[in-house]
Write a protein that binds this ligand. Structure first.
Ligand code: ATP
Length: 680
């Protein structure tokens, strides 16, 4: 067993500690948000809080204050690529509450089972301590908790591992709980919920980003104000479209338009550099219109990957691309790997959800280095790592790749051999290529990289000039499927928008073999509850309740009950892993009708891929509730389990908006001509 590692405090720890926002002030805001369901109202509250930081207080500590605040609002402790995630087990939390407030563990547990929210139990235990006049209270001597202290402690807890880690974690949690002040007991509730990994107040990262954008547009930070004076009078011609829009609306005094454009600026910056440390630092240094220059793709920090829209037929592909030149590429069935080679010789691999997977695929960077010519000093490639049989020179199904260990030493000792299939080049020798067309990016990729047998290949592709003959697409799709691929990716070659991080637009389409079976795509859903099995399934769960995710409301909306597609092994392993995340009751973030009372509820921790025959309006399910008919949602019909998606987090599950879009795209709904929005 590794000895417990207690991470060191960061350099900025002391500086910000002194004038950091009191944690109770933030909890007052959380409490207010918890009682509100309107997204715009929530956004306005968060905007005010951020503006207060900018307008008041010491300018020297503004960066630390704002950074700490953004992380706590999103319930994160570090950028995703640092692989530091919150999620402390109930047993540790129960012990810490019991130790801090002198309530017996059994009673804390009992109350948790009855109330379903350990956060509220902590809050009421703290209150009770007051009424009993307990000697455990140390409020008179301790300083109030600050946001800085809470964030640093949460981070240390998330990073602590190995022997003795349970004790270290319990002690750190207890220390925070003890500092909770009388009359401000909701601090205890939010500390516990934060540690569980979910604040349950309906505050999504997208709302925090919008609020940050509004705040920065309305309250320009001091340094950025100075920088703005310096650039006054310069030409705006080279500005990206969202910046031009922002400046236009600003000079026209169109506040609403200006705020909407500010949102686009922040969203774009964050999708290119998804780190609040970097974003806040840049936003405090330059005005919004200059942010794109500071927040550009940087090797070592992953870009949020570009995504594809599903399509259901070759005809739909042709219609969507409407006369544009496009390329068809094999859609490989492996794991997305963004490979970064840094100038200093270091290298990194990042997953679809921005986690650092360098230890899982140590050979990926080596293969890219072998494939690169001598002129390549730094680069970022978008690739798919696929399981590969060296002897037979054949791709191997994803199921095999999913057995690969999280840490491997080298290709020689790895449990599963892989090959890198490259399909895009986003950065080369100090220059971001994101604004270039796919044709230009791909030309550079072909010029500077070469296939290496059994290690590195380019995605097999076929460029298509519209000539009305769709049979070539059908044949290519057949060929891809025979070659162990999921189908095709179809990409516009000359699209003006370049590589669009995080966006799902019609410039990238996916045509999966599933379209032959009805729906154009599978769904990635979150198991939130289960029903006990009967007969052969006694001892396991007979069916699960799956939900899509609505990022606007941070809600998991039930879309189907699923009981087929599971192997015996799946039934066993899924039940085992989910049983560790049982919760006594459904949470307020679960939108489930009373008709669907599960025997067991789970925290939202996994994502499962499922197929369905079609989507239909439903009184029982709540997908995109109210969007097609008052009080009714959308449900999946004849769902079938496909696989566990451990490369996705619950908040990256299929969204309510996607469910709605797929519902309208069904032939049965409107002849297959449903117009869908270009962006999510
Ligand atoms: P999404 O990412 O769209 O939410 P998903 O993660 O289920 O859904 P898919 O719908 O299967 O992914 O399609 C996109 C994924 O396909 C990419 O994230 C990438 O991992 C994989 N892929 C395989 N081949 C290619 C290719 N040639 N171009 C782009 N992506 C590819």
């Amino acid at each position: 067993v590794k000895p417990a590692s207690k991470p060191k405090a960061s350099k900025t720890d002391n500086k910000a500690g002194t004038d950091s926002l009191e944690y109770s002030e933030l909890c007052d805001v959380f409490d207010k948000i918890e009682g509100i369901s309107g997204r715009l109202e929530i956004q306005a509250i968060v905007t005010d809080l951020v503006r207060k930081q900018i307008d008041e207080g010491n300018a020297d500590s503004l960066f630390e204050r704002l950074r700490d605040l953004t992380y706590l609002l999103c319930n994160q402790v570090a950028p995703a690529c640092d692989n530091v995630e919150l999620g402390v087990g109930d047993a540790i939390l129960i012990k810490a509450i019991s130790d801090a407030y002198g309530t017996q563990k059994a009673i804390v547990k009992q109350k948790y089972e009855a109330e379903g929210d350990l956060g509220s139990v902590a809050q009421s235990s703290k209150k009770k301590q007051k009424t009993l006049g307990s000697f455990f209270t140390s409020n008179t001597v301790t300083k109030p908790l600050t946001c800085h202290e809470v964030l640093q402690t949460l981070k240390r807890i998330a990073q602590t591992s190995g022997k003795d880690s349970q004790k270290i974690k319990t002690d750190s949690i207890k220390k925070m709980l003890v500092k909770v002040t009388q009359g401000k007991e909701s601090q205890a509730k939010f500390i516990i919920r934060a540690l569980q990994g979910r604040l349950r107040i309906g505050l999504a990262e997208s709302t925090v980003l919008k609020s940050l954008a509004h705040a920065l547009a309305l309250s320009v930070p001091p340094k950025a104000k100075d920088a703005m004076k310096a650039i006054k009078g310069e030409s705006n011609e080279d500005y990206p479209s969202e910046v031009k829009e922002y400046l236009l609306k600003k000079s026209a005094k169109d506040k609403k338009g200006m705020l909407a454009a500010a949102e686009d600026i922040i969203k774009k910056a964050y999708s290119e550099v998804p780190s609040f440390d970097k974003l806040v630092e840049a936003a405090l240094t330059v005005p919004l219109q200059e942010l794109h220059k500071e927040c550009t793709l940087t090797p070592g920090i992953p870009v949020v990957p570009m995504l594809a829209k599903p399509t259901k037929s070759v005809q739909e592909v042709l219609k969507r691309l409407n006369g544009q030149r496009f390329t068809l590429e094999y859609k490989y069935d492996g794991e997305r790997a963004q490979v970064h080679i840094l100038q200093d010789g270091k290298s990194k691999v990042f997953s679809r959800n921005l986690l650092d997977t360098s230890e899982k695929y140590p050979e990926a960077t080596k293969y890219v280095e072998e494939a690169a010519d001598d002129s390549v000093k730094s680069c970022v490639l978008d690739t798919e790592v696929v399981a590969y049989d060296q002897k037979k020179d054949k791709l191997v199904p994803f199921q095999v790749l999913s057995t690969r260990k999280k840490t491997e030493d080298s290709a020689d000792t790895a449990t599963v051999q892989v090959i890198v299939q490259a399909f895009d080049l986003m950065y080369l020798n100090g220059e971001s290529l994101l604004s270039k067309t796919l044709q230009q990016r791909r030309d550079l990729m072909y010029k500077h990289f070469s296939p290496v047998t059994g290690k590195f290949c380019f995605a097999v592709s076929l460029d298509y000039e519209e000539d009305g003959d769709s049979s070539r697409i059908e044949e290519f799709l057949d060929q891809a499927i025979k070659g162990q691929c999921e189908g095709l990716m179809v990409k516009a070659l000359d699209g003006d928008n370049g590589y669009e991080p995080s966006k799902r637009t019609f410039n990238w389409l996916k045509l999966k073999k599933d379209y032959l079976e009805g729906m154009g795509d599978t769904f990635d859903l979150v198991p939130i509850g289960a029903f006990y099995g009967k007969g052969k399934r006694t001892g396991f769960y007979g069916a699960y309740l799956l939900a899509c995710y609505d990022p606007e409301t941070e809600e998991f909306q039930s879309v189907c009950k699923i009981g087929t597609g599971f192997s015996d092994e799946d039934l066993k392993s899924l039940a085992e892993s989910l049983n560790e995340h049982k919760i006594p009751q459904k949470t307020s973030q679960y939108n489930v009708s009373d008709q669907l009372e599960c025997d067991v509820w789970f925290d939202a921790v996994q994502v499962w891929e499922a197929k369905a025959a079609d989507l239909s309006k439903s009184s029982a399910h709540r997908g995109a509730i109210g969007k097609i008919e008052e009080g009714r949602g959308i449900g999946l019909r004849f769902p079938r389990f496909e696989r566990l998606r451990d490369d996705k987090k619950p908040d990256q599950a299929t969204t309510a908006a996607q469910v709605l879009e797929m519902y309208y795209n069904q032939d049965t709904v409107n002849g297959g001509d449903g117009e869908a929005s270009d962006d999510e």
